[in-house]
Design a protein around this ligand. Structure first.
Ligand SMILES: [Zn+2]
Length: 543
């Protein structure tokens, strides 16, 4: 027998409009009317399974609903903060749970639920009825405090400026106490220990930034486990994500689970975000009813101005943030325009120069690069590179010619005065060991790039030197060094910024950038050890 039709818990949606108010702007305190996209999201989030059974002593909580969690993707300023705030109000003190199927003359009355506002809503025969959580425990969760503040900052006025102030008399700076011993807390990655096991609702914000590296993927999993134990549910919100990040947003969106509701209305793919007229069309589509011209809060011209501003610096991010599209190739580590300014063609590398060297080797997949850095002025130059062929069939056969690399290193030591050479020994430990034996153990030094803190610090020094113009580079014939530096993407970790390729397996290599970081790091250490101080003249003693 097919299961009876699923039905939305309509009282939940109506309750929001009757109790939540606009938290900010000129309409602060006015009735909160749901936009189409919010109605669509909540209608699905609160879709009750047609076969849900009402057991008065042991109510079915989350599992009464079709979806175990929801994912709402939308552009910047669409109002995801207030949406989540309203969602929290409902899960905190409104009819967010299934309470059986309505008989004749059933109705919801605020009076019976601790609210003095007088709101009443009759049920239609056979529709799902609602009730509130006895002890709601809600954790507003985000990567940073700024993001949790965003939601919390909308939540407080939503309660304080409307009828909910009678139900929730006191809202604090840090948390909100709810009737029945419940509460609303905020949690970020820095407060992992506060991840409660008894959570009934977890609004997870900006999940496009939640990754394995910043440990938010573990936060998400912990919360999902806790929620499952309580019969609670999670609501995830985000901008469109960068597909190179493998974020929680991406994983949840691409998951094969049928019980995750996903709402992500991307603009038609034939419209180009680079073209001003088409960009306006894209904004008109993705902001829809939220536009001022359609009675909403979003000014189309203001969005265009902000998007244009961002396009100059990071077009991919602009398209994700305002165009609501999944776009790769974002988060450049070094601003290409700033890098171009650092090109230096006068006083090039010359034989006999005192230099440091950075070496990042691979065997098959990536390239191997050697970069030099002149001690006197911080000038970088590509001393050697071995790249796999672009053709995938040829690349499969290819291996770094170790003999050539070895010969190149010997030639570098003959040509220049190498003060220090930092080598990532991964795959090359034996050869690096031999170089150290030949040229001195205090000159050729193993420098493991997989040490997160050390690498973060080295990246930061390099990045700062680029920003302040303290380093320069001498262009190589194929502009490989520049290409690798510009290919590098930021990877945010708990310790700071690492660099990565635009995606795993990408042909856009970054090895010369890593070698440049090592060469510059070696120069910094050499200078700290006194390499720039005038050398003592050799004394000639005459007899
Ligand atoms: Zn009420």
């Amino acid at each position: 027998m097919p299961r009876p039709a699923d039905q939305t818990l309509g009282v939940a949606l109506d309750w929001i409009e009757a109790h939540c108010v606009v938290p900010d702007g000129f309409n602060r305190g006015r009735d909160f009317t749901l936009y189409d996209y919010q109605l669509e999201y909540f209608s699905n989030f609160y879709l009750v399974r047609g076969d849900a059974e009402w057991i008065p002593d042991e109510p079915v909580l989350g599992p009464a609903f079709v979806y175990r969690r929801g994912l709402l993707i939308g552009p910047q300023k669409l109002g995801k903060g207030p949406t989540t705030a309203a969602h929290i109000c409902l899960e905190g003190v409104g009819p967010a749970l299934f309470a059986g199927w309505a008989g004749r003359d059933d109705g919801y009355s605020c009076r019976d639920h601790g609210c003095t506002c007088g709101w009443e809503r009759p049920y239609e025969f056979g529709e799902p009825m609602g009730m509130s959580w006895p002890t709601p425990l809600i954790q507003i969760t985000a990567l940073s405090e700024e993001q949790t503040d965003n939601i919390y900052g909308a939540l407080r006025p939503m309660i304080e400026c409307g009828p909910l102030v009678d139900v929730i008399p006191k809202t604090g700076e840090q948390f909100i106490r709810l009737p029945g011993g419940g509460r609303v807390d905020t949690v970020t990655s820095s407060a992992m220990s506060r991840l409660g096991q008894r959570v009934t609702f977890a609004p997870q914000d900006e999940v496009g930034l939640w990754t394995k590296t910043n440990r938010m993927m573990a936060v998400a999993d912990t919360q999902y486990r806790g929620l499952a134990g309580m019969g609670g549910r999670a609501s995830l919100t985000s901008n469109a994500w960068d597909p190179a990040e493998s974020s929680v947003a991406q994983v949840q969106f691409e998951s094969k689970s049928k019980d995750i509701y996903r709402q992500f209305h991307q603009p038609p793919s034939n419209l180009s975000y680079k073209n001003k007229v088409e960009r306006r069309k894209i904004h008109t589509i993705v902001y829809g009813e939220a536009l001022k011209s359609r009675g909403g809060h979003v000014d189309l011209d203001a969005i265009e101005a902000e998007a244009f501003d961002l396009i100059e610096r990071d077009p991919a991010q602009a398209e994700r943030f305002f165009g609501n599209r999944i776009v790769a190739g974002s988060d450049s580590w070094i601003d290409p325009l700033v890098w171009n300014e650092l090109e230096q063609t006068d006083s090039p590398f010359a034989p006999g120069d005192e230099i440091t060297v950075g070496f990042d080797g691979s065997l098959r997949d990536d390239s191997t690069a050697i970069v030099g850095c002149r001690i006197s002025d911080g000038l970088l130059f590509l001393l050697g590179v071995w790249e796999a062929p672009l053709d995938p069939d040829q690349a499969a056969e290819w291996e770094v010619p170790v003999g050539e690399v070895d010969a190149a290193v010997a030639s570098i030591f003959k040509t220049y005065k190498v003060e220090r050479m930092y080598c990532d020994p991964a795959y090359w430990q034996d050869i690096v060991g031999r170089w150290a034996a030949e040229h001195g153990e205090k000159v050729v030094i193993e420098w493991w790039t997989n040490r997160e803190r050390a690498m973060v610090a080295a990246n930061e020094r390099f990045h700062t030197a680029v920003a302040t113009g303290e380093l320069h580079f001498q262009p190589d014939d194929d502009e490989i060094l520049s290409r690798h530096v510009k290919n590098a993407r930021r990877k945010i970790t708990r310790s700071g910024v690492l660099i990565r390729k635009d995606r795993p397996g990408s042909p856009n290599k970054i090895d010369a950038a890593v070698s440049a970081v090592l060469a510059y790091e070696a120069r910094g250490d050499a200078v700290a050890a006194g390499a720039l101080q005038p050398k003592k003249k050799k004394k000639f003693v005459s007899f």
